[in-house]
Every structure is written in C-alpha cells, then in structure tokens.
Write a protein that binds this ligand. Structure first.
Ligand code: FE2
Length: 396
C-alpha cells in the first residue's frame, strides 16, 4: 500500500450455506464463481449481487437444493477508511480494563510538580513520599489491568517527555515484575515506586543538557550520567528508605554486560528490580516520539533489544517483555481469517500467534456494538490474517 492511501482494502471470501443467503443478502456480497448445475448450465452467474436476490431468496434456495447445491462461494469487497477505523479502534479502548486516565494524568502532573520543586530547591520529604505513594497506587492498578501495555503512550503529547516517561516506566516495570513474580506483590510495588522516581536526579541536570534535541557531547554526557546518583541522594534524604526502590533509581542505567553507569555493575550484582527497570526504561525510550525521532514500533523495539542490545539486558526480563508484547502487541489492529476486525488485547505465552482480540467489525463487515473478545488460542478455525499496522498507518 502506498503511504498516501487512506483506506484499507478488505476482501472477504468464503462459502456460505443456503441458510445464510438471506443474511448475506443484506451485505455488499457478490457471487464469487458461476454456480452450475450438473450439466454445466449457469444457475447463478459470477458477479451476481446477493442484495438483488432478497425478494427471490426462498425460490432460489429451493432450486439450488433441487440441484444438490447446498453452499455458494461469495466475496465481499469493500474499502475501509483508515480514519474511520482508527476512530473505531480508539473507542475500543473504553471497553478495556486499562489504567484510569485521570490517575495517569494526575501522576504526570505530580511528577512535573516535584521536578519543579527540586529545581527551585523547595522540594520536601512530603513531596517525594506522596509521589512514591502514587507509585504504590499504580502498582495496584497494574495488578488489576492486564492490558497495561495499551496505556503506554496514551498520555504522550500533552506533557514533557520526562514526566510521561516516569509514569510509563512505573507501569511497564510493575507489569513486567507482575509477570516475572506473580506471587511477589512487594516487587511489583518497588518497581512502580522506583519507576515513578527513577529519573528524579534529572531535575538537577541543566535543562539545556536534559532537553538537547540531539546527541550529547562527551562533557554533556558526563553530566547526564550523574542523574542516577543525584536521584538516589534526593530520594534517600527525603525519606525513601526501601533499599530496592533506591536501587532502581541508582541502577536503571546499569547494563547486564557491565557497560552501564554509574558503577558499571555486572549481571547479578545489579538487583533484579534495577534490571527490570532498565528494560522498561529503554523500551519506553525507543517507542516514544521525541522531537528528534519518530516512535519505534513495539515489535521492532523488543527485537532490537533481543538482538543488537542483548548484552545490555537480563535475558529473562527481555523474554518477559517479548511475551507481554507477543507478535501482535496489545493495541494492534488486526484482521482475522474470516474478515472480521478488532484489536489484539494480549496473548498467552504458549501461543503468541493467537492473541485475544476485541472484535470491532464482524465477519460480515458490520460494526460490533457489544463487547466481544475472541480468544484465538481456543478457536480451531480463526487466525490473524494480517496486522493492519502493516497495511495502513494506523496509530492506535
Ligand atoms: Fe534515567
């Protein structure tokens, strides 16, 4: 598809039983091939619109049965406007259990406020502990919202990157922790609290270095590398005493292979909480839109982390991320093998090819009004025909 095209072509081909004729006569379906008698006379020519048969459908059914014909091949060809589809898919979000948008907005505002106070030297223990408590609330939300991946990026665009990024690292870090340690809510909580605070030290980095729209010079990078240390100090003097939360702040730029900063720790010398936060931090940075770069698709980001950056991250954590994203990341618009369309909302580890899909358009091209989730892993006949992200420019 050319990048200018603003619609998705949809061709639904199938054989329908005679019992379905009446139903399909209400769609733009046409007969896909000539329907012939045993002696090759054409009973129903290829190209006949089923809608034109509405008034004669009972008689037609009798004739077809008499000739031993019990099904006919049909095709529905229509184009779907991408804008229309996007609107529909975005509306699907309201049907999913995701993080409360109010809570997300409030969190980002709170992060911004704390950064501002740090920069002005008016930040006190209460500000930091309130922010940490917000992290705890997020951890509870993460536990209840398995579709947390859908939330990342939802609040982008209405605030500066660093604040939104803090929220996302808290959400994604907590989510990965809940996947890796389902029976350890305290680890989930540390990740969400640590995530919200992880870049706190950036409040002490000069704005011209922090927001520079391009690569940093060696000198600037040396300044930037101080932010985990500043952050840990700030949190500790302001009452954060959980060592693991402090380790997330201090260690989110440490790298599994030892080439991170500030300490250059290696493998298990970096605590699991910091290893998880490193994955969440980089994944969100790669998939974020910045002034100087377009967002990377989540599938691309995770494959890059698996291949080009494999020495940087704990493979167990990256694997958990891969599983969470699956081959059809939550939020991906997909077309199923029967022509229906929907939004992938998650996949099971054993069957990444067969996600659960929130249906938006049924197999006859009609909008699905009620909430209907199809679990492809338990369907023998249905599979994902294509991801619509690959077809059009759907920014869901
Ligand atoms: Fe950082």
């Amino acid at each position: 598809m050319s990048p200018e095209k603003n619609s998705v072509d949809r061709i639904i081909k199938r054989r329908i039983s005679l019992g379905e004729l009446r139903e399909y006569a209400r769609t733009p379906a046409i007969v896909a091939e000539d329907v012939l008698t045993a002696n090759k006379s054409v009973l129903l020519p290829h190209g006949t619109e089923l809608a034109s048969l509405v008034s004669t459908v009972d008689d037609l059914e009798k004739v077809l049965r008499r000739w031993g014909i019990f099904s006919i091949p049909i095709v529905i060809h229509n184009e779907m406007d991408i804008e229309e589809l996007e609107k529909m898919l975005k509306a699907a979000e309201t049907n999913l259990s995701v993080i409360d948008p109010q809570l997300a907005r409030q969190t980002v505002e709170q992060v911004e406020n704390v950064y501002d106070r740090i920069a002005r030297g008016t930040c006190g223990p209460e500000d930091i502990s309130n922010l940490a408590m917000q992290g705890r609330t997020l951890a509870k939300e993460v536990a209840q919202a398995p579709q947390v991946m859908l939330c990342l990026g939802k609040v982008r665009g209405w605030d500066e990157y660093t604040y939104v990024h803090s929220l996302n690292v808290a959400l994604l870090g907590g989510f990965l922790a809940s996947r890796l340690f389902p029976d350890r809510p305290e680890i989930v909580e540390r990740l969400s609290m640590g995530g919200i605070l992880h870049d706190l030290g950036k409040a002490r980095i000069p704005k011209e270095v922090l927001n520079k729209p391009g690569p940093l010079t060696n000198e600037e990078f040396a300044i930037m590398k101080q932010h985990p240390i500043y952050g840990e100090e700030l949190a500790a003097v302001n009452g954060i005493s959980d060592e693991k939360v402090l380790a997330v702040i201090a260690g989110h730029h440490e790298r599994y292979g030892g080439n991170g900063y500030p300490k250059g720790l290696v493998k298990d010398d970096i605590c699991i909480e910091a290893r998880i936060s490193a994955v969440a931090d980089v994944f969100d940075a790669l998939t974020a839109k910045r002034v100087y770069k377009e967002p990377m698709e989540s599938r691309m980001a995770v494959s890059m982390m698996l291949e080009n950056m494999s020495a940087h991250f704990d493979p167990v954590v990256v694997r958990a991320l891969l599983v969470s994203i699956g081959l059809y990341p939550p939020g991906t618009a997909v077309e199923l093998s029967d022509g229906s369309m929907g939004v992938a909302v998650g996949a099971r580890e054993k069957d990444l090819l067969r996600p659960e899909v929130l249906l938006q358009i049924d197999h006859m091209g009609r909008k699905v009004e009620e909430m209907k989730i199809v679990d492809l892993s338990s369907s023998k006949s249905l599979f994902v025909h294509r991801s619509l992200q690959d077809v059009g420019k759907i920014a869901f």
